[in-house]
Ligand binder design. Sequence first.
Ligand code: ADE
Ligand code: ZN
Length: 328
Amino acid sequence: MTLLPKVELHLHLEGAAPPAFIRDLAGQKHMDIGGIFDERGGYAFRDFRQFLKVYETATSTLTRPEDYHRLVLAVLAESAASGVIYSESFLSPDFCGGRDVSAWREYLHAIREAADLAEKRDGIILRGIVTAIRHFGPQKARETALCAAETAGEWIVGFGLAGDEKSGKPKDFQWSFDAAREAGLRLTVHAGEWDGPDSVRNAIKDLGAERIGHGVRAIEDTALVDEIAEKDVVLEVCPGSNIALGIYPDWRRHPICALRERGVKVTVSTDDPPFFRTTMAREYHHLAAAFGWDSDAFIDIAKTSADAAFCDTATRDNIKRKLESSDA
Ligand code: ADE
Ligand code: ZN
């Protein structure tokens, strides 16, 4: 299959940092982050909780706006090489200045400057979703939501919730989601990845999530699958991530195809690509092999993703024109 144009809606910026990039930063700063790499130099973790710990340790090396500038250039080069033309990335003020609004603005400035360079270099467009970390608790999420509200606009387009899905309940984060919504931000919540269908149901009901990060475990509840399809809630599915973390044993047993056949709007993303040894091109390759999806199916998914993107209309029209011209 030639390199199809792709739209990625679920990518954690820190989670997209290659291990060599993090090792190099740690070396420059004389930081000891031993134990997070395997003997081949990749990230090492056994389960979800350990993955989150390794992720946070790796992220602790990103201490300055210029580190994020370099990171964005590296990440977008990799995404563009996979055919991604538009990407929405989760950004966390927790890691960018400790939720202090003026420090957050400095990080954001560096991130946007790098994104502009990458757009000129590779044509790839980046937009940001400010993301609270669930296991840091509702109070920190409020501070994060304030950072989000202060910087909401045509570049920061959404607000999200990531982290340990089993920590607390969606309702605990209602204040933050209300504040983000009032600031004009669109909403997405990680759910139905580590926890079951109720987690997805509550993210929609209590937080007004329009998109669900993962959401794949909705498949365990027929009524919920119908509700998601009916309400046009979009799933940001990251199959390679789910398989690497052991939620499903292999590609053929991943529910993305079944969800799509039931009328759910599914999209495809990588989540934290170097952690899961994946890229968007690899996701497409495995999906084609497991489910026989052809280029028409992938273009259809990319159009669903463009429609579900949180960007403004002019940006969406621009992406859709590119998808349509590859469709001929
Ligand atoms: N943060 C980064 N990757 C994540 C994932 N897959 N689930 C929850 N939080 C995350
Ligand atoms: Zn995620």
